[in-house]
Structure formats: C-alpha cells, structure tokens
Ligand binder design. Structure first.
Ligand code: NAD
Ligand code: WQD
Length: 338
C-alpha cells in the first residue's frame, strides 16, 4: 500500500514511517515542520535504507494536500499532524482548535476528492476524560476532557465517526495512544521536544544527559502504591507496529473502529526514574513538588481488543523503553540539532 503520513516527520510519525517501509509499504510524508525537522526524514531514510517522498506543506492547505494526493495516489492516510502540548493548549486554545480540527477536515475533503477511503487517526487516552474507571475500554463513552488539547481529540474522533457514518466507503481507525516513550533502537531517531519538555521521559533523559538540573516529580501524595502517578507507558516502536496493523486493517473493513494502544500495565513516576537509572547507569536527580493541575492519579489501557482484532500486543519492556530513550539522548544530546 502507499500511505500518506500527515505529520510524518514527528516523533510517532517518523518511527511509524520506518516500520511501514520495512513492512513493504510506500510512504509519502507531509509536514510543515512546526514541531519537527527535515533531519528526521533523513534519519528515516538512513534507518530504513529507502528514499522517502516528503513535502513541506501545511496539512490545512487544501490545494497542497490535494495536489500531493494527485501526484502520489495513496491507499490510506495516517493523521499525526497536530499540536500536542497540553499546557500550551490552555494558553492558546484557538490555535489548537484551528490547527487540529482544520487538518482533519482538510484531509477528509481531499480524501473524498481523490477517492481515498481509509484513514488512521492519532487519538489519545485523554478522550476517556476524568470520570471513566480504569483500565479504559474502547466501549466506554468519551469523557469530559480537562484541557483544549483533549477536546480537539474528542471533537476529531466525533468528526471522523460522523464522516464514516455518512459514507459507507469510509474506513476509520481511531488509535488511542497511552503514554508513548522510547526511541528507535539504533539511537538515530527519537523524541525531540522543542524547549523545556512537558512529558516525563524526555525530561528524565535531559536531566541524565546534563541539560536540566533535576526532575520535579509532580506530587507524591496520590492514592497509588508509592504516592506518585501511574500511567501506561508504551514503547514508540510497539506503537509504530500497531500503526502497520491498523493501516492494513483499514483495507479490509468499513466504518469506525477504536483501538487502545497500551501495554495494559501501569507504572509510577518513581518506577520510571529507577528503571531509567538502572538501564542508563546514570543517576537522575529529582525532588518532589506539588501536583500538576489536571493530572489524574492513574490510568491504563485494556489492550485486549487490539490483541484480538488487530493481532497486536506491546512486546517491549520498561527496560527497553528506558535503554532506547537513553541511547537516543546520549547520542543526540540536543536532538536532531546535535
Ligand atoms: P509531534 O509533534 O512530534 O508530531 C506531529 C507532527 O505534525 C510534527 O512533525 C509537526 O510538525 C506536524 N504538524 C503539526 N501541525 C501541522 C500542520 N498543520 N501541517 C503539517 N504538519 C503539522 O507529535 P507526536 O508525539 O509524534 O504525536 C503525533 C500525534 O499523536 C499527534 O496528533 C498527537 O496529538 C498524538 N498523540 C501523541 C501522544 C504523545 O504522547 N506523543 C499521545 C497521544 C496522542
Ligand atoms: C506522565 C507522568 C506527571 C513531567 C500527556 C497528555 C496526554 C498524552 C500523553 C497526548 C504524570 C509526571 C511529568 C515532569 C512529572 N499526550 N511528570 N514531572 O500527563 O500522562 O499525558 O502525554 O495525547 O494527553 O496529557 O504524560 O509525560 O506529561 O506525565 O512528575 O516533569 O509524569 O505528573 O504523572 P501525561 P506526561
């Protein structure tokens, strides 16, 4: 199959590109590099051993996206192109709604014009909201989100479901990622956040490499085994493998299907710090600080549906995640700039 990767130069998109290529597919990347760099595309080529078609364009640009699809007819679209920083979305809600919703609408319009029927969407566990009990199961209703970023995912899921309801040809797969961490085992590709990292693993890795003085653990008084929050961390290479399955699944199904991509096992912030220290051999200085607004004490995935219907399970361990994150950070202390 030939697959258009909207936002394919980003963290998850770049790892997925490699896995799709190695599974025998062709990819076409469209990215405006607002949160990534063309260097990521070069690394995809290096790691996969294949040259890749990549366009610098805004996925909201209808004419640009349609003309790319005309030049390179595709069988499926994977939609990664979104703004994703929770805190920034609270400060810049209009930019988040504009970017995330418009990219989705433009892709759907261009797909209709070009006769493309299959789309895989990067959704998030955040759509389960604040009230659902865990582990989260796909049959639960979407819940109230605590920030505009989450609401964009909630709304985009609704838009895609409605589109599939109105068009019997359409196949939509909503992938709800839990907490992706880790990097390609080669150390040539990984997460490259701009500025101060919002997420735990890049922060831990930057403390270990000496770019930050210490980690602040947001709260140690949660009702969890060690008092710190628990999440379902998943290796980005497992996530990438899940996309290969999802893309292939769209070719044989119609309508909308939702899949959680998680390990099904929770892990605390302190467990991450200890596992990182063990696997890197480097101490990670930390102190406890107040809780972060909007954080839930814990949640994790019920990943049975992906196992049963996609034939996918997360294979990599917490040690793999920490070792590969460190390998990437150590070799690329300043990310793709290094
Ligand atoms: P990322 O920022 O590394 O990748 C997103 C890519 O989209 C970037 O390369 C960015 O330049 C591009 N982009 C953004 N807006 C664009 C536009 N208008 N036109 C063209 N390109 C545009 O993020 P990621 O971690 O790889 O996440 C990919 C997707 O998965 C996002 O939609 C994100 O919301 C979702 N997601 C991420 C996580 C996570 O923790 N990383 C968890 C759940 C869901
Ligand atoms: C993990 C844990 C923090 C940083 C976010 C989004 C979610 C999804 C994934 C996109 C929490 C703690 C963190 C730090 C810390 N993204 N932490 N010190 O919040 O579970 O999920 O990313 O869809 O929508 O909300 O991930 O990596 O920010 O935090 O103690 O400096 O680490 O409190 O318990 P989160 P995270």
């Amino acid at each position: 199959m030939r697959i258009l990767l909207a936002g394919g130069a980003g963290y998850i998109g770049s790892h997925t590109a490699v896995e799709l290529i190695l599974a025998g597919h062709d990819v076409v990347i469209v990215d405006n590099y607002s949160n990534s760099s063309p260097e990521a595309v070069e690394r995809i080529e290096e790691v996969s051993g294949r040259s890749v078609v990549a366009y610098e364009a805004d996925v909201r640009d209808h004419d640009a996206v349609c003309s790319i699809m005309r030049e390179y007819p595709v069988d499926c679209v994977v939609h990664f192109a979104g703004l994703k920083a929770v805190g920034e979305s609270v400060r810049k809600p209009v930019e988040y709604y504009r970017n995330n919703i418009d990219t989705t609408l433009t892709l759907l319009e261009c797909m209709r014009e070009r006769g493309v029927h299959n789309i895989v969407f990067s959704s998030s566990a955040t759509v389960y909201g604040e009230e659902n009990p865990y582990p989260y199961v796909e049959t639960m209703p979407r819940g109230r989100c605590s920030n505009p970023y989450g609401w964009t995912k909630f709304m985009m899921e609704q838009i895609l479901e409605d589109a599939a309801r109105a068009d019997a040809e359409l196949s939509v797969v909503l992938l709800r990622y839990f907490n992706p961490i880790g990097a390609h085992p080669s150390g040539r590709m990984g997460e490259d956040p701009q500025g101060i990292p919002n997420n735990l693993m890049p922060y831990v890795a930057q403390v270990a490499v000496g770019r930050r003085d210490h980690l602040t653990i947001f709260g140690n008084d949660y009702p969890t085994p060690d008092g710190t929050c628990r999440r379902d961390y998943i290796h980005v290479m497992d996530l990438a493998a899940g996309h290969v399955k999802a893309v292939e699944y769209t070719a044989a199904h119609k309508g909308t299907e939702i899949f959680n991509l998680g390990t099904g096992t929770p892990c605390s912030v302190l467990e991450i710090v200890r596992a990182f220290e063990e696997n890197s051999g480097v101490p990670v200085k930390y102190e406890f600080g107040p809780r972060r607004d909007g954080d839930l004490a814990e949640f994790w995935a019920d990943a049975d549906k992906a196992r049963d219907e996609l034939g996918w399970t997360a294979a990599r361990t917490l040690s793999d995640m920490c070792r590969d994150s460190w390998n990437w950070q150590r070799q690329n202390p300043k990310g793709y700039e290094s």
